[in-house]
Design a binder for this molecule. Structure first.
Ligand code: NAP
Length: 277
């Protein structure tokens, strides 16, 4: 498994697991838990959730999936902007810990910018770190200017990631944000790496995959795995589809294949506003 270096010197897998919409339906719950456990067995030990997902249902499901295996997992959750005040962040984190049935998060992110001043959120995150409730802090959905603003604040250089929308069909961050993060050695965490399954049904990507002996999902994930400093967190609540995604780990794309994908999904030619899903 390819690993990515966090600023702390710790390594995390370049392929993790997302959990948005997991836990929302009783009928799929057992399979979702089984898929997450199978992912852990295969090294996808970074699990991303958020207090927002299903109003806590995703965190509860993750708590169940990692029961007895907490030490093997690098657990990521997020605070909603409306809770990201000095006291609200701490209260939100404690509720997340309860739902996840754990005493600490490995990484806690500000989900996106709201009205709470960054400095206040950072103060709360530093407090949570000092109290051992979170091991690292980071951000999500911050554009290039916001990212540099966060980084310039007291304790802001401790930021461990910026989790943003990044996949073959959403390459805007390559213009400015991704190079800046790479230069600062802050990993970029790519969310919706399959464009919420839309890439799986992309005709051009299917043809590329057919030519090179991989599925469209494998091609999309292998492309992210070929990027420097990037962690991808596909969500997959089904063991058969997870098996497909795991296949991406055995497809290292070469320069010719990467050039073919550049032709299909051109990189940005100018700065673009950060996209969000
Ligand atoms: P995604 O990972 O791009 O796509 C997930 C969808 O693809 C699901 O419908 C899944 O269905 C399907 N899928 C997975 N593997 C497949 C395969 N091999 N073949 C066909 N379909 C497949 O989208 P996402 O959930 O939006 O993003 C991933 C994670 O990033 C989220 O779960 C969340 O943890 C995080 N995220 C963060 C933010 C943020 O604002 N920070 C925003 C969006 C997402 P099944 O589950 O049924 O297999």
């Amino acid at each position: 498994m390819k690993t990515i270096l966090l600023p702390s010197g710790e390594r995390v897998p370049a392929l993790g697991q997302g959990t948005w919409n997991m836990g929302d339906q009783h009928a799929t719950r057992a399979e979702e838990i089984a898929a997450l456990r199978m992912g852990i067995d295969h090294g996808l030990t970074l699990i991303d959730t958020a207090e927002m997902y299903g109003s806590g249902r995703s965190e509860e499901l993750v708590g169940e999936a990692i029961a007895g295996r907490r030490e093997a997992v690098f657990l990521v959750s997020k605070v909603l902007p409306q809770n990201a005040t000095r006291l609200g962040t701490i209260a939100a984190c404690e509720k997340s810990l309860e739902r996840l049935k754990t005493d600490r998060l490995d990484l806690y992110l500000l989900h996106w910018r709201g009205s709470a001043p960054f400095a206040e959120t950072l103060e709360a995150l530093s407090r949570l770190q000092a109290d051992g409730k979170i091991r690292h802090h980071g951000v999500s959905n911050l554009d290039f200017d916001e990212m540099r603003e966060w980084h310039s604040l007291k304790d802001g250089t401790g930021v461990a990631t910026n989790q943003v929308l990044y996949n073959l069909s959403r390459r805007g961050v390559e213009w400015d944000l991704a190079p800046w993060l790479r230069e600062k050695r802050i990993p970029l965490m790519a969310y919706s790496p399959l464009e919420q399954a839309r890439l799986v049904n992309h005709k051009g990507l299917a043809a590329f995959g057919h030519k090179h002996g991989m599925s469209p999902a494998q091609a999309a994930l292998a492309w992210l795995l070929a990027q420097e400093n990037v962690i991808a967190i596909p969500k997959c609540g089904n063991r058969e589809r997870l098996e497909d995604n795991l296949g991406a780990l055995s497809h290292k794309l070469d320069t010719v294949q990467l050039a073919e994908l550049d032709a299909l999904f051109p990189p940005p030619k100018h700065a673009q506003p950060l996209e969000m899903l």
